[in-house]
Design a protein around this ligand. Structure first.
Ligand code: HEC
Length: 115
């Protein structure tokens, strides 16, 4: 039984990550927070923040309680998530490596063709 669990644990974690990503990409979140949760302009960065913090913030926003004058933009999106979805999307965001950005690819490209 333990061996069974150890064997399937990585797949279970992966599956959870995908659920969170799916929520993030299908509920319009990336439109304001960026495709990697990096944040856009005044819309906060989410990637790499502790899941517990993100869950707490989303639960509050779900009840209509925000932090900034822009909260009214976010509240409807938080209200569209149920408790389980809030947990999954928060777990997904907390696991994103904030240093894993597109620039890495550009650097590689320049490295190969630079003068
Ligand atoms: C229209 C733009 C917009 C969209 C779309 C949007 N958000 Fe937000 N989000 C915001 C703004 C603005 C805030 C700051 C809210 C406040 O003042 O409390 C925020 C805050 C948050 C926070 C709290 C961050 C922190 O560090 O305090 C989380 C978590 C979050 N959003 C997740 C999501 C998720 C998940 C979705 C998709 C279901 C989503 N957002 C869609 C604009 C948006």
């Amino acid at each position: 039984m333990v061996r069974f669990l150890l064997f399937f644990m990585p797949f279970m974690l992966l599956a959870n990550e995908n659920i969170g990503e799916k929520i993030y990409m299908t509920k319009g979140c990336y439109g304001c927070h960026g495709t990697k949760g990096e944040g856009i302009g005044t819309y906060p960065k989410l990637a790499g923040k502790p899941a517990t913090l993100l869950i707490e913030r989303l639960n509050k926003l779900n009840k209509g309680i925000g932090q900034t004058s822009k909260r009214d933009l976010m509240i409807p999106f938080a209200k569209a998530l149920n408790k389980k979805e809030i947990e999954e999307v928060s777990k997904y965001l907390s696991l994103i490596n904030i240093n894993d950005k597109g620039e890495d690819i550009a650097d590689e490209y320049l490295g190969g063709f630079g003068s």
